[in-house]
Design a protein around this ligand. Structure first.
Ligand code: SDX
Length: 428
């Protein structure tokens, strides 16, 4: 049987053969289906892209029904166990795991780009004392475009890679500065002799000249969380990164836009919303009542559900395991009992089972961050730091894809028909 779709347009009786490639048809192949010469032709209508592929990509592969997530073909479970965030960032950006010299060169280069221009500190001083760190992160990353005007040469591979090094290296610094600002504490400069996550924790928590060595279990746990958050194919914020990048805007402006999309409570802001929800529930005995409110449509169970995963998010499983290792060091987070009770009830309730709602990456991550002494307001920033590698890999892939051009969807117009201007004095 041929890989085609035969479409009969019952308005005209005409039939059309539409090729099927990689399980898709091209929307532009529908344009030929017209009722007459002045007909624009058929379009596909898909609000929120529920069933629309916007690109070909070789970076991340998800099977939502089987709960599978692979970066460049490597299962997330193996990467979380054996790799590091920087090695995974290299994999996402270059397509293969680095050899020893490549990894050494990559880690050294990142460690040498961690400092930001002193003007960035002055810029951040302008925020209110209680500014939300994610708002500061988004604004400051956007402002970085004014420090590197050469970043506009997005078609130059070397220029792209230089900005990628800068953004991956400076994201933790900007994040830590944002946190220290809203704590009213002096900023800590990067400690390049430390690893990526250990350096971030030191910039977050080091006080005065007291030596600060992050606990290795906590630094490793954060590294695993960064691996799990590094990319997730065409999610909302990656779609924003690609759309902004498609106009050839510089990567700082594009990444700030992606981080802005991530900030929403339905996306990367969910980890903060989960903690607020658990604190509001307050005790295991209140869980059944809360579940009833969710089933009545009055509340969402934050940290549950996913557009792609209709099975357990594989990242949530790994995070739940990592939580035990963290709590062994920090002491058990009492909110964990509420989270476990929520999950236990939800996974057996018809409302959730019917809708295939399972814990996602955000359900347990906040419990680990809080146990590590990280405040809720920094949680979305902790998502943005590692996702920078994914956003930049997707951005770079988009710019090299000959099928891509400036993103500009069509619409179905539902507004007024043509009408004449009414002078002010004649309006009702
Ligand atoms: C991330 O896309 C990605 O890959 C994102 C991400 C990544 O790595 O980039 O994985 C990160 O964003 C994870 C998701 C974090 N967000 C949350 O935890 C917020 C709570 N979740 C929901 O808002 C929701 O599940 C979404 C936004 C995640 C997915 O929404 P969809 O796919 O648009 O599904 P939907 O809203 O149409 O829900 C289908 C049904 C609805 O019920 P009915 O109208 O059919 O009766 O399920 C219900 C929804 O009301 N539902 C929920 C629910 N999620 C969906 N009901 C209660 N609680 C929830 N959490």
């Amino acid at each position: 049987m041929p890989d085609t779709l035969t479409i009969q347009d019952n308005r005209t009786g005409k039939t059309y053969e539409i090729p099927i490639v990689d399980g898709t048809i091209r929307s532009t192949d529908l344009k030929q289906i017209k009722t007459g010469a002045d007909d624009f032709g058929l379009m596909a209508y898909d609000p929120a892209f529920l069933n629309t592929a916007s690109t070909r990509s070789a970076i991340t592969d998800i099977d939502g029904d089987k709960g599978i997530l692979r970066y460049r073909g490597y299962p997330i479970e193996q990467l979380a166990e054996h790799s590091t965030y920087l090695e995974v960032a290299y994999l996402l950006l270059h397509g293969d795991l680095p050899n020893e010299s490549q990894l050494q060169e990559w880690e050294t280069s990142i460690s040498q780009h961690t400092v930001v221009h002193e003007n960035v500190k002055q810029l951040m001083e302008g925020f209110r004392y209680d500014a939300h760190p994610m708002g500061m992160f988004i604004s400051t990353v956007a402002a970085m475009s004014t420090f590197y005007p050469d970043a506009k040469n997005v078609r130059d591979p070397e220029c792209r890679m230089k900005q990628i090094h800068r953004l991956i290296a400076k994201a933790p610094t900007i994040a830590a500065f944002s946190y220290r600002h809203c704590q009213g504490r002096p900023y800590n400069y990067p400690h390049n002799r430390l690893g990526y996550t250990a350096n971030f924790l030191a910039m977050m928590f080091k006080m005065t000249d007291n030596p600060y060595e992050p606990h290795q279990v906590l630094a490793r746990a954060l590294d695993i969380l960064f691996i799990l958050h590094a990319d997730h194919e065409q999610n909302c914020s990656t779609n924003a990164m690609r759309a902004i990048g498609s106009s050839e805007a510089d990567p700082y402006s594009a990444l700030a836009g992606a981080a802005a999309a991530l900030y929403g409570p339905l996306h990367g802001g969910a980890n903060e919303a989960v903690l607020n929800m658990l604190q509001e529930i307050g005790h295991v005995k209140n869980v059944p009542g809360f579940i009833e409110e969710v089933k009545a449509g009055k509340r969402k169970l934050m940290g549950f559900g996913h557009r792609i995963y209709k099975n357990y998010d594989p990242r949530a499983k790994i995070i739940k395991r990592t939580a035990d290792e963290v709590f062994a060091v920090t002491g058990r987070n009492p909110l964990l009992d509420i989270a476990i009770e929520l999950e236990k009830i939800a996974l057996n309730e018809e409302y959730f089972v019917k809708r295939k709602l399972y814990p996602n990456v955000d359900f347990y991550s906040g419990l680990i961050y809080e146990a590590m002494g990280l405040p809720m307001s920094i949680f979305p920033v902790l998502f943005a730091i590692p996702r920078a590698a994914g956003w930049l890999a997707q951005w770079s892939e988009m710019l090299q894809d000959s099928e891509q051009k400036i993103a500009r969807p069509r619409q179905i117009y539902t507004g007024s028909d043509v009408r004449d201007y009414v002078p002010l004095g004649k309006r009702k």
